[in-house]
Design a binder for this molecule. Structure first.
Ligand SMILES: Nc1ncnc2c1ncn2[C@@H]1O[C@H](COP(=O)(O)OP(=O)(O)OP(=O)(O)O)[C@@H](O)[C@H]1O
Length: 658
């Protein structure tokens, strides 16, 4: 059962930088400092600070005048306040707070936009005894909690607290009201209520303390209602997300995953499973409400590639800040068909080397994150390769985005490549809907080349014959699930944020040819375009990777796929052919240093694709690694794996790397 989050004492949990401790010292009154600073010189840790305050008496004359000035607001004259202990002229503009002060004779200005204020907190006046034994009078204050960007790594946001101090409580109230109104005007997408799924087993098993130290105070400060559930076992996060009732879905704006990539992967799968089930049951209202939920990842795991890719940093504070600000972006999801089931991955699906590493990693969890390095070294030396046949579809979006303007673009905030893909996707959907509404057969469909199915045990041998109407997938109805056919007929393609019933339900086929056929047919209908044809590559591979997003982590700062995107509807198909351990090590180092890109190494191919099918062609197949989760079922050995990228299927709390 969902338990209500216990409100924790902010004072106990405030992380460094969130607190009021140091700012309190700046509120020492001038006379108190003058009177007591000499007597506490020797013993007091703060004596130096006290002396400096005593040497530089601060003017508070302006504060008295403030009381009669009326409420602050855009167009109103600036008012005198103390900002971080400095007498300043402060005003509210339409965009935020601006101030000017003269610190030590040097004029200084500053500004904080409303869009970067996480929350504000009023602090009542009080008296306290500081470490220096001085009685400290803390006046009425307003803490403005915001972010700062370090010079060198701008996306590595740090907490910053601005303390506004006025002479009278009413003035602080006025400022609080003015700033709240400004935040309200830019906060349409900020969450108000969240479900938190916390995996206590992640990484170094410190997710709980990280939550209490960094996440809870921020959520509580922003007034967000939170329900926290600790996961008890493997797949628990998935079950919780999949079993959300309509009332629970209506009550929350999103799901926050505190842990590693695994817990995010599970929550995503649960959410998409629930969406598919709701759509299949004709419950459009619930399906829509589930589509509106956003997912967040607060990194506390071993790799945390999801958070690193979303925000360009592994900082939990940065992830929470993006969440509080309501940053939202669509995310591509890879739908993977294994035997009769569909699973979803947002980072990558890997066969060969990474599959082998994950296959053994769980047994060594007690070692912590270092298990990946050790197993990686072992598998590198073992040097296993796997024969396989790979088919892939570049897709319309793949062809358009292969133009120079997009081919080398690095995904970031407000990415032009992702916007283009999203535009193409929505245009294609509306075109299809128009055509369906008009009752005509879709020219898009008729212009599409066809998929030729080689009967028998061979999987779909795919090539577009000149007059292939008879060989169109519809000519083999048994191979195309009714739901998929209905979805295609209704124009329910894998558009942004949409999930066709076929994408989530179980598929009732166990034969290899049917498995590939139905995937190929579905993907082709959705993703193919004029002149499109499936490409086929057969060989022996050390590693096959389907990388959906850039996949940044501590080990690959630029991402495993340097030119991967969060929502361009494509994946990077990376094929490393059979090679020596030394060559493979070179590949790993290249990937770690600069990310996979075409033409780097002669034995590595990097291709753009929207759909891929991988079929083992001999020997014992490797396990698959789906977002770090190991999949080693008999179905993969028998049937292979087929995957298709769905553009912007999920919405996540992120803005991309700044
Ligand atoms: N209470 C629990 N006990 C044991 N395992 C759990 C529990 N809760 C969740 N899990 C499982 O732990 C697995 C790993 O979790 P997670 O991915 O969060 O951490 P990680 O593997 O250390 O990090 P990363 O995936 O970033 O490398 C998840 O797949 C999940 O199924």
């Amino acid at each position: 059962m969902i338990q209500h989050h216990k409100q924790l004492s902010l004072d106990m949990l405030l992380p460094e930088g969130f607190g009021s401790g140091s700012s309190g010292v700046t509120a020492l009154t001038e006379s108190a400092v003058m009177a007591r600073s000499d007597s506490c010189k020797a013993s007091c840790k703060l004596a130096g600070r006290c002396r400096s305050l005593a040497r530089k008496p601060r003017s508070t004359d302006g504060l008295e005048a403030l009381v009669d000035r009326g409420p602050p607001g855009p167009g109103h004259p600036p008012q005198h306040l103390l900002i971080d202990g400095q007498a300043s002229l402060v005003r509210l503009t339409a965009n935020g707070i601006e101030w000017a002060s003269a610190h030590g004779g040097t004029p200084a200005t500053g500004a904080v936009p409303f869009s970067e204020i996480l929350y504000i907190k009023r602090v009542e006046p009080c008296s306290r005894t500081a470490l220096c034994c001085l009685p400290v009078r803390l006046g009425p204050r307003l803490e403005v909690h915001t972010i700062s960007r370090p010079q060198r790594r701008r996306c590595d946001w740090q907490p910053r607290t601005l303390v506004l101090e006025a002479a009278a409580e009413e003035a602080v109230q006025d400022w609080a009201a003015g700033i709240s109104a400004g935040i309200e005007a830019v906060s349409a997408s900020r969450p108000r209520s969240l479900l938190v799924l916390l995996n206590p087993n992640s990484g170094h098993r410190k997710a709980g303390s990280l939550y209490r130290r960094v996440v809870a105070p921020a959520l509580s400060g922003a007034g967000i209602r939170v329900v926290v559930r600790e996961t008890q076992h493997v797949r628990h996060a998935q079950d919780i997300a999949a079993q959300l009732s309509a009332e629970q879905v209506a009550a929350i704006d999103g799901i926050v995953c505190v842990g590693g990539d695994g817990v995010f992967h599970e929550a995503m799968n649960g959410l998409l499973e629930a969406r598919g089930a709701a759509a299949a049951a004709g419950n459009d209202e619930l399906a829509e409400a589930l589509s509106a939920l956003r997912l967040a990842h607060i990194p506390a795991g071993s790799t945390d590639a999801v958070a690193c890719t979303f925000h360009g940093t592994r900082s939990a504070f940065a992830a929470v800040a993006h969440l509080l600000l309501g940053d939202t972006t669509p995310l591509d999801v890879l739908r993977v068909d294994i035997g009769g089931r569909s699973k979803f991955a947002c980072a990558m699906a890997a066969y060969g080397f990474l599959g082998d590493v994950t296959h053994n990693a769980e047994a060594f969890r007690w070692m912590g994150p270092v298990r990946y390095d050790l197993l990686g070294a072992v598998k590198l030396l073992a040097g296993r390769s796997y024969p396989a046949r790979i088919r892939y579809l570049e897709g319309e979006v793949g062809r358009v985005l292969s133009r120079p303007a997009h081919a080398h673009a690095v995904c970031g905030t407000d990415c032009a490549t992702c916007r283009t893909a999203s535009f193409m996707n929505s245009r294609r959907r509306s075109q299809q809907q128009l055509l369906v509404a008009g009752g005509s057969s879709s020219p898009l469909a008729s212009a599409s080349p066809t998929v030729v199915i080689a009967n028998g045990t061979a999987a779909a041998s795919i090539a577009p014959p000149p007059a292939a109407a008879a060989a169109r997938p519809t000519s083999a109805p048994a191979a195309v699930p009714a739901a998929a056919a209905a979805a295609a007929a209704a124009g329910e393609t894998s558009g942004a944020g949409q999930l066709s019933p076929a994408a989530s339900g179980a598929v009732n086929s166990s034969e290899r040819s049917r498995h590939f056929l139905q995937h190929a047919a579905g993907a082709f209908e959705r993703q193919g375009g004029e002149g499109e044809q499936w490409q086929e590559i057969e060989g022996v591979f050390r590693s096959i990777m389907l990388i959906v997003m850039p996949c940044r982590s501590d080990k690959t700062l630029h991402g495993m796929a340097r030119h991967g995107h969060l929502s361009d509807g494509r994946l990077k198909l990376v094929l490393v052919t059979k090679c020596s351990p030394l060559q493979y090590l070179r590949f790993l180092l290249t990937m770690s240093h600069s990310g996979c890109a075409p033409g780097q190494l002669p034995y590595v191919q990097v291709l753009d694709a929207v759909a891929v099918a991988v079929e083992p062609t001999g020997g014992t197949p490797s396990a698959w690694n789906l977002d770090g989760e190991c999949i080693s079922s008999k179905a993969i050995a028998d049937l292979g794996l087929a995957a298709e990228c769905h553009q912007g299927l999920l919405r996540v709390f992120a803005r991309g790397v700044e």
